[in-house]
Design a protein around this ligand. Structure first.
Ligand code: TYD
Length: 207
């Protein structure tokens, strides 16, 4: 039970897990019951963030792991300061499609940047603003490649081993902090997953 007027909720998971769909369904539900809700995505939601998203997703060369870390972190700094903090201060529930755990999963577990380095950059950019709830949509590699077949972006083109490291990394993070994380298999139907997510959010006692 959190019993706050508003929540900060994040969605995490590998490529094609259905985060964006589920985030949208949750936003619609919360708005439908009269809660002020803001849905945003990372990287993005600010001018700078959307430009950085484009730079990364359209990139066709390899990017140094630390460059990746700094690009995502630059986008996040803008987002936290200009969008997330102000919205939370106005008692708006913020739903973010990816946040700090993407950086731990992709840049630490995926790209092998030392955990301490990643955590210190996260601390600098977010001042340790943690979500009240993080929903992991757990997807395995086989399912992922079934769902993503054409127009693969920078990360989607990575090989199986990379995606497995991300999936294992996410599950490790969820186990370390079970009070913040809720894990749902991405294999159920959209509506089944959505109902479970709504039930979880309602159990948090949003007032
Ligand atoms: P996106 O289109 O949001 O992917 P998806 O639809 O699967 O959520 O693209 C964001 C990509 O950036 C995604 O592959 C994960 C990656 N990413 C990181 O590597 N580190 C980060 O900190 C963030 C926010 C995203």
């Amino acid at each position: 039970m959190v019993n706050k007027e508003n929540l900060f909720i994040t969605f995490e998971g590998g490529e094609g897990a259905g985060k964006s769909t589920q985030a949208k369904l949750l936003e619609e539900y919360l708005k439908g019951i009269g809660k002020q809700t803001l849905l945003i995505r990372e990287p993005g939601a600010t001018n700078m963030g959307e430009k950085i998203r484009k730079i990364i997703s359209e990139n066709e060369e390899t990017i140094e792991p630390l460059t990746e870390l700094f690009l995502f972190s630059a986008a996040r700094k803008e987002l936290v300061e200009k969008v997330i903090q102000p919205a939370l201060a106005q008692n708006i529930t913020v739903i973010c499609d990816r946040y700090i755990d993407s950086t731990i999963a992709y840049q630490h577990f995926g790209r092998n940047i030392e955990l301490q380095t990643v955590l210190s950059v996260i601390k600098l950019t977010t001042l340790n603003l943690l979500p009240d709830l993080t929903i992991l949509l757990d997807i395995n590699y086989k399912e992922m490649i079934k769902r993503k077949t054409n127009n693969l972006d920078y990360f989607e083109r990575e090989e199986e081993e990379f995606h497995k490291k991300i999936q294992n990394g996410y599950n490790k993070l969820a186990k370390q902090e079970p009070q913040r994380w809720k894990v749902f298999s991405a294999n159920s139907t959209e509506m089944e997953i959505s109902e479970k997510i709504i039930e979880t959010v309602n159990q948090m006692g949003i007032t």
